[in-house]
Design a binder for this molecule. Structure first.
Ligand SMILES: NC(=O)c1ccc[n+]([C@@H]2O[C@H](COP(=O)([O-])OP(=O)(O)OC[C@H]3O[C@@H](n4cnc5c(N)ncnc54)[C@H](OP(=O)(O)O)[C@@H]3O)[C@@H](O)[C@H]2O)c1
Length: 327
């Protein structure tokens, strides 16, 4: 396939572009800064906001997988929240305009996979019934009582992100929104690296009780889900891309410490989570919101996960991370 990957320079993009290239796809990454990527992956500049020469890359392509968006691993200041919103909505609109232009020339991509986030769902404790959210019965967030206002804002970002795709005038292109959980990959700088760092220091015990759920997906399964959704012409709309086994935060970290061969971690109060998050320049929402989602539509469509359970996934990822460090 010819696949265009806007925002394909980041953590998820790295895993995806290499996997697509390795299976023989022709991959073009759109990025705002000059960068040399791996052999076999083209790099084209865009601004992430407006139509430009880059739009020609979509003409005759088979697929677009748009990953662009300012990182959410930062303090949720007003300015950062605004950038998180604008970078997602603007880049998605730009991709939509480029596909519409290609459609007028009679050569639109067949399918557009648009990154979204499992954060679009309500804090799972707010339902009171402790049920996981799925695409059919799940409750979108934004109106739960007793959550900080900016949690609501990050749901609004997710909704507007998906809306930008839904509103695009691209009738001949199949559209899928990837409501993705934390993507666990062994490389440096990603969420797994950060959690592992805490586990190896003996930190990362239960945060604020640790009963809040964490939804996650192994990077290999993320790639496999993308490949599955690219191939299946009968599937469109929102898909949760998360392992079927979300785990409470305390269990997530317990398994991870076990996989690294470490002792029990120190518990952290909500206050300590605030301090730790400040030191890491990230936000407590990422630690405290209960995210419990299950991939109902993928499972019903026949997708199987290579890494459905966290215990085994953690062991696999630690093994891969150790091998990377030895190189
Ligand atoms: N990692 C996860 O666990 C996870 C889970 C769910 C959803 N997601 C979403 O998936 C996407 C990719 O995640 P990631 O972890 O690979 O993120 P990442 O490492 O931060 O990469 C995101 C990419 O977006 C581009 N970007 C940043 N700001 C932009 C802007 N203002 N306009 C246009 N492009 C911009 C950057 O490309 P250039 O700087 O090269 O232009 C960057 O490579 C993000 O949208 C993220 O929110 C990630």
């Amino acid at each position: 396939m010819r696949v265009v990957v806007p925002g394909g320079t980041g953590q998820v993009g790295g895993v995806l572009r290499r996997a697509l290239r390795d299976r023989g796809d022709e991959v073009t990454v759109l990025s705002r800064r000059p960068e040399r990527l791996e052999d076999g992956v083209r790099h084209v500049l865009w601004d992430g906001r407006t139509l430009g020469p880059w739009a020609a890359e979509l003409e005759g392509a088979d697929a677009v997988v748009n990953l662009a968006g300012r990182t959410v691993s930062c303090r949720y200041t007003d300015a950062n929240l605004r950038q998180m919103m604008d970078s997602r909505v603007d880049s998605t609109r730009a991709v939509g305009l480029a596909i519409a232009r290609a459609a007028r020339a009679g050569c639109a991509p067949r399918v557009w996979l648009q990154m979204s986030t499992a954060t679009i769902y309500a804090d799972s404790r707010s339902r009171g019934d402790d049920l996981p959210h799925d695409e059919v019965d799940g409750v979108l967030g934004g109106e739960e009582p007793d959550v900080p206002l900016y949690w609501e804002y990050s749901v609004r970002i997710a909704r507007r992100w998906e809306q930008a795709q839904a509103e695009a005038d691209t009738p001949t292109t199949r559209r899928v929104a990837l409501r993705t959980a934390m993507v666990m990959t062994p490389d440096r700088g990603g969420v797994f690296d950060y959690l592992s760092w805490m586990a190896r220091l003996g930190l990362g015990g239960p945060v604020a009780g640790g009963r809040q759920f964490v939804s996650w997906v192994h990077g290999e399964d993320f790639v496999r889900a993308v490949e599955f959704l690219l191939a299946r012409d009968d599937l469109d709309g929102p898909f949760i891309v998360a392992a079927p086994g979300p785990v409470p935060q305390r269990e997530l970290m317990r398994s991870l410490r076990g996989a690294w061969g470490r002792r029990p971690g120190l518990p952290a109060t909500r206050f300590m989570a605030e301090v730790g998050a400040l030191a890491l320049r990230t936000d407590t929402e990422l630690l405290l919101k209960s995210r419990r989602v299950v991939p109902r539509r993928l499972l019903e469509a026949g997708f199987t996960f290579a890494h459905p359970a966290w215990d085994a996934a953690a062991v696999d990822l630690v093994g891969q991370a150790r091998a990377l460090r030895r190189r």
